[in-house]
Structures are given as C-alpha cells and as structure tokens.
Design a protein around this ligand. Structure first.
Ligand code: SF4
Length: 472
C-alpha cells in the first residue's frame, strides 16, 4: 500500500500541467455557478434540481461542495486546496504576473483565519447566503477577488492568500491534522542527495520541506513529491499529528477557532432557525418595543446585503430581527466558547500546575474530531433540506446517521483527550479529573445538537416560558 501511495504522490508531481488544466475547468464551472444565478428569477414552487439553474448552483455550493470538501480534508488532507480550489488557483495564477512584493507584517498576524471565519459565518446568516444567489456573489465572489488581488501584490510563486487570509484556512489546517497521510521528508535521504543536481521546488505555502512535521499548511499539491528523492506521500496514524506533534505544533489562534469558531459561533449559526431561546428572546424584546411604541425597528427596508430582504419569497428580516439574530449567534457562540475555554483551562491547570499555554492548546486539539463532526452535521443538514425541497427525497435514517457521527467523533475526541492528558501527568486522580472537564465540554456540544435535532424540533411549540430551565 505504501508503494502505491508513493506512486500517487509522484503522479501529482509529474502531472502539474494536467492539474493546471483541470483547475481552469473548475474555475469556469465555479464562475458559472456564481455569476449566472443572480440574473435569473428566484426559484418558484415548481423548481427542482434538474430544471432550475439557481437551485442547481445552490445545491452544488451548499449541498455538495461545502460539506464534502470539509469531509475530504479529513480523508485526503488539503488536496482540495492544492489541486482543485478555484480561489487558490486564481490567486497563484495572478501571482505569476504580479508585483511579487514581500509579505507585509500585518498579513502574518495569526488571528486573520479566526476573525475572517467568524465574520463570514455571521455575515452568511445575516444575508441568508445558503438560500439566495446575490449574497453568494458577495461572499464567494468577494473572497475570490480578494484572493486575486493578494496574489497580484504579494509573494513569489506562492499562495499567500491560502496560507494567511483565506476564511477557511484555519479550519482546514485543523481538520487536516486527522488525515491518514502526509508528504513526509526523510532527512537521511535528503542529506545523501547532497552532491546531485537539485531541481528547485516552489512550495505554494513556502514550507520548510526538509523539516516539516505538521501537515496543517501543506496543500497536498504534490510538487515536492520525490524532491531530492527524499519526500514521499506516506501513511500515518490519524492521531499522530495531534498526539505526537501537537505538543509543539499548536497555537492559541487554532484553539480559538476550535473553541469559539467551530464549537461556538458555527454551532449557534446552525441552531438559530429552530431555537427555542431565540424565539423567546424575540417575544420579550419585540413586545417591549411594541409596548413602548417604537415602531421603526419593525421596518423591513434593510438592503439585502445587510439583512435578508426578499419580499417576493416572503423572506424579509426586520431591523430588530436582524439585530436579535446577530446578538443570538454571537451570544451563544460566546457562552459555549467561554464555558469550553474555562473547562479546558481547568483541565490544563489540573495536569500542569504552571498553566503553560502550550498545554492548553494541546488539550484543545482533542476537540478537532468533535468540532469537525459538528460542522459537518450542520452543513449536511443543508444537503438534506435541499434534497427534500427540490428533489422530493425523504431520508428517515438521517437523524440516526447524525447521532452515529456525533457518537463516534465524541469517542475519538475522548481517546485523544485521555492520551494528551497522559503526556502531562502520571497521577490517576489528576488524569481522571482533567478528563472529566473535557468530557463536560464534549457533552455540551452533544447536548446542543440534541436540542437542535430532537428537543426543539419535537416540543418547541409545547414548552411554556416557565420551563425554560429545561433547556439548560
Ligand atoms: S509541502 Fe508544499 S510543495 Fe509539498 S505537497 Fe505540501 S504544499 Fe505542495
């Protein structure tokens, strides 16, 4: 098997021209999916996946592309980024003819992936990007233009956009830690190659090829495969990067993406549509405005690029609802995130009395499988909704599938958590106490999904205000 994998890696290295052609084909397809739908009328009752291009584009983007690219990162590493992503390809192409300036210091700030992930997640919900084509142009088209501009200005034969600024680079860098293989350098072979002719390789994310251990920034483009006869695509345990290298290869920004991003704001963004809490917050807040005769907040004149505004589809946000939605997503994200942060801090303090941030970050990495499963389930719900709505397909087994995915991911996270903890303490009491803190975090994420998938769906109209406590 390893020989086959090595050959696959070398194939990518030798067929870069073919990959470029494939990239142009994908760019063309992607451009059609973004540009055409805004010029078409919005889908009506008779629209299906087959007879309506807007619905088809919607399904391709949010039903197939987004959830399954996410999943592909876990199975194949960032192959999507390095070989197929239209944004990255355009940025690199622009870089060929660009100014090749040095990378400015502000761009190297590690918080960009965290900030841009939060902003795009929130903005996507404010404008209903999953339903309407115009916000797609703004979010995906805007991001593509930004990628081209960055490519034109900065870096040399590289993908600076993918490395520092892409809104999903932080998430993908975490998910790829679970991939079962990576391009691995052999230092002895590298050294032995010293007197032979070396063909230079330009790694698009400018990685130190001889010493790289983490696959987080590797885009799996394959260009370095067989470089100095020392680098090859190699199998590894899906736990290796977190358990073995996670001690050194971690950062507070990656932890924040996991804690406040995947398990906080993203989870809130998936649950607001049937949230019991949001409905009651609306009841209280909007009644107050009504009773005080402050009526302008119920106006529906917000432009579509601020809050959803499609009167023909009966889908319009009032100003107050838009603001409540933002407060809800950020508020729930903050509450779940801060509770998670507090519990991981406590777990860190138990196993590491000095409270080193590296230990905190290492423990936070145990959330990667569960955070990935949580986001996949949320995005996969869109796939199912679109199939039910536009292809008349019903899937009674989906809730069981979701529950199974969550259960397996929780087991995986627990396994990682225990083995990380064991690296910092040999005391049984400390290990168990620290693990308990993390188990509460995992239970909280699972319970959030239980609310969305079961409790709120079944009983939301039957639960009176005075039993609100049951939701905590
Ligand atoms: S290390 Fe760089 S050149 Fe090698 S596969 Fe990864 S991104 Fe490509």
């Amino acid at each position: 098997m390893q020989k086959l994998l090595t050959k696959i890696g070398h194939w990518f290295s030798k067929h870069q021209v073919l990959i470029r052609r494939l990239q142009w084909f994908i760019i063309l397809f992607y451009a059609c999916l973004i540009i055409i739908p805004p010029f078409l009328p919005l889908p009506d009752e008779a629209a299906t996946l087959i007879n309506n291009f807007t619905v088809f584009a919607q399904f391709m983007f949010w039903g197939i592309w987004w959830p399954f690219v996410l999943l592909s990162i876990v199975f194949f590493g960032r192959l999507w980024c390095g070989v197929l992503c239209p944004e990255g390809s355009l940025s690199e192409f622009a870089n060929k003819y660009g100014r090749n300036r040095g990378i400015p210091q502000w761009m190297k700030w590690g918080g960009w992936p965290f900030v841009s992930f939060l902003i795009t997640t929130l903005y996507g919900q404010m404008t209903s990007v999953y339903q309407y084509p115009k916000p797609v142009v703004l979010v995906l088209g805007g991001s593509t233009i930004a990628a081209i501009i960055i490519g034109l200005l900065y870096g040399k034969q590289s993908r600076i956009w993918c490395k520092y600024l892409c809104p999903v680079t932080g998430v993908f860098a975490l998910l790829t830690k679970l991939a079962p293989y990576r391009y691995k350098p052999d230092k002895i072979k590298w050294h032995d190659y010293a007197n032979k002719k070396v063909i230079p390789v330009h790694c698009p994310t400018v990685l130190p090829l001889r010493t790289m251990v983490s696959s987080s920034e590797c885009l799996m483009c394959g260009r370095c495969s067989n470089h100095r006869e020392a680098i090859e695509l190699s199998f590894r345990s899906p736990n290796e990067e977190i358990l073995v290298h996670g001690k050194e290869s971690n950062s507070i920004w990656a932890s924040l993406i996991l804690i406040y991003g995947l398990c906080g704001v993203a989870l809130a963004a998936f649950q607001w549509t049937n949230s019991f809490w949001l409905n009651h917050m609306r009841d209280v807040v909007e009644s107050w405005f009504l009773s005080n005769n402050i009526m302008w907040v119920f106006n529906t004149n917000a432009p579509w690029w601020i809050f959803t505004n499609y009167p023909d589809q009966d889908d319009v946000f009032t100003w107050i609802f838009g603001i409540e939605l933002v407060i809800y997503i950020l508020g729930i994200g903050f509450i779940i995130g801060s509770t998670t942060f507090g519990l991981i801090s406590l777990a860190t303090k138990i196993v590491n009395r000095k409270y080193e941030i590296k230990v905190f970050n290492h423990l936070a990495l145990s959330l990667v499988p569960l955070g990935t499963a949580s986001v996949f389930i949320g995005l996969f719900a869109l796939t199912v909704t679109l199939l039910e709505k536009y292809a008349n397909q019903g899937f009674l087994w989906i809730p069981y599938l979701k529950a199974t995915i969550l259960f397996l991911a929780t087991c995986w996270s627990t396994y990682l958590a225990y083995n990380i903890i064991a690296q910092y303490s040999s005391s049984f009491i400390r290990k168990v106490s620290s693990l308990c803190c993390l188990l509460v975090v995992f239970a909280m994420v699972n319970y959030s999904w239980l609310l969305v998938l079961h409790i709120w769906t079944i009983k939301s109209d039957k639960i009176p205000w005075n039993t609100l406590w049951v939701h905590f």
